[in-house]
Design a protein around this ligand. Structure first.
Ligand SMILES: Cc1cc2nc3c(=O)[nH]c(=O)nc-3n(C[C@H](O)[C@H](O)[C@H](O)COP(=O)(O)OP(=O)(O)OC[C@H]3O[C@@H](n4cnc5c(N)ncnc54)[C@H](O)[C@@H]3O)c2cc1C
Length: 387
């Protein structure tokens, strides 16, 4: 098999990179161990949001959402990517700070008091024990999706456009750089007991990156819970919202269901330790009381009957400074990485993928804070491959 670019991983990062390469006329093959969306992407709550508290992240999310809007048109994804916006409930002081960040990033927003918000969304409750200084900030361009469905359909559309997909675990440790070319510009990767030849390899392996040594990407893994609630009359009328006073978020991202949690995470050793699903938690007192606690916080915000149906867990990958890592793997001329998307990858991944592809094809700079060499100590002796 000979292609220009091999992308490993079909989460939001890998699919975004494949699309960005396809868009530039490059022949791409995506290698995915299980199926598109198998990792964090398909297990996420499904909100590609602008509401982050850092201006670089908000700028990336804005660009990512613009790219998603283009995907809707280019790949007919109107049914799977819905522009819903996101409502954030918070104290006035934090709302003022966030409004400043949105203004700096050129993002449109509306600030409203509790009464205005409840008039607009009659299912919303904002009075119980909040005190007097609760406000809301609404951004209208946030995109909501059933993330597993999106990943599957987007992968199918890319396949229809000529991207090759191989379902197999790539043996990253088997990468061989072609010595004959003398400039390590050609490499082979062992997949399914055969060699895949490519000029460029891009690793988008999310939490699985932790198992790949020597990449200069110190990735840690957190296990993140998500509770599924069935809502009387369905969840379609509910606008995705985050409740920063109670530190929870709830997203209508699966048909008729509202999914959400608080920001609880657990540190784990490997990606597999962060995967799982529980349908009956009666025998687990800790999980039962956690679900009861989240249910109580949700009921303090909505005037609807709810019934929790399951909880699942997924992995997120995080770098020591919490920023994504994007660029060439130090020591290799033609191996690149896009990772460390943390708990907010959906909106930022398309923007980071476009940034990476412009870096690879046109030599454009990667924004300094995101660069792939920032975790290397100057005396590191592992830089043996040159480049
Ligand atoms: C419960 C939960 C809720 C979340 N909610 C949100 C949200 O609402 N909004 C948001 O923006 N973010 C959310 N996130 C975070 C978001 O899911 C991640 O930031 C994002 O999905 C990371 O994408 P990725 O492509 O880097 O990784 P992944 O989606 O994990 O993709 C990595 C892929 O690589 C494959 N792979 C790994 N190693 C190999 C190999 N050797 N060979 C072949 N394939 C391989 C894996 O099978 C996997 O499919 C949430 C995460 C969780 C867990």
């Amino acid at each position: 098999m000979g292609v220009d670019v091999v992308v490993v991983g079909a989460g939001i990062a890998g699919l975004s990179v494949a699309e960005a390469m396809l868009n530039r006329g490059v022949k791409v093959c995506v290698i995915e161990a299980k199926h598109a969306g198998y990792g964090a992407t398909g297990r996420s709550a499904g909100i590609a949001t602008l509401q982050m508290n850092d201006v670089l992240d908000v700028r990336l999310a804005k660009k990512g959402i613009d790219i998603m809007d283009e995907w809707k048109r280019r790949y007919n994804l109107y049914d799977v990517l819905s522009t819903t916006g996101l409502l954030s409930i918070d104290r006035s002081e934090s709302i003022t700070t966030n409004a400043r960040i949105f203004s700096d990033a050129d993002v449109a927003y509306e600030v409203m008091d509790a009464k205005e918000a409840m008039d607009r969304w009659p299912w919303l409750r904002l009075d119980a024990g909040d005190g007097g200084d609760v406000e809301c900030i609404y951004t209208k361009d946030d995109v909501c999706m059933d993330p597993l469905l999106f990943a599957r359909i987007f992968a199918d559309r890319l396949k229809d456009m000529g991207v090759e997909f191989v379902i197999s675990k790539a043996d990253i440790m088997s990468i061989k750089v072609d010595e004959k070319h003398n400039n390590n510009n050609h490499l082979t990767l062992r997949v399914d007991n055969r060699d895949v030849d490519a000029d460029t390899l891009i690793l988008c392996t999310g939490a699985w990156t932790k198992g790949i040594s020597n990449l200069y990407a110190p990735i840690n893994i957190l296990k993140v819970p998500l509770i599924f609630f069935k809502i009387e009359h369905g969840s379609d009328m509910i606008v995705p919202f985050s409740d920063e006073i109670n530190r929870t978020y709830f997203i209508p991202s699966r048909a008729g269901m509202l999914v959400g949690a608080d920001y609880t995470t657990w540190s784990v050793d490997k990606a597999e330790d962060a995967l799982g699903e529980v349908l009956n938690w009666d025998a687990d007192p800790d999980l039962s009381s956690y679900i009861k606690y989240i249910r109580g916080l949700l009921l303090s915000r909505i005037n609807l009957n709810i019934h929790e149906s399951k909880v699942h867990f997924g992995p997120i990958s995080i770098t020591p400074d919490g920023r994504p890592i994007v660029g060439r793997v130090p020591g290799f001329k033609n191996i690149y990485i896009l990772d460390g998307l943390k708990g907010y990858g959906l909106a930022r991944a398309p923007a980071l993928a476009y940034m990476l592809v412009e870096h690879i094809l046109d030599g454009a700079e990667i924004v300094g804070e995101l660069g792939s060499t920032r975790f290397i100590s100057i005396n590191d002796t592992r830089l043996v491959q040159g480049g």
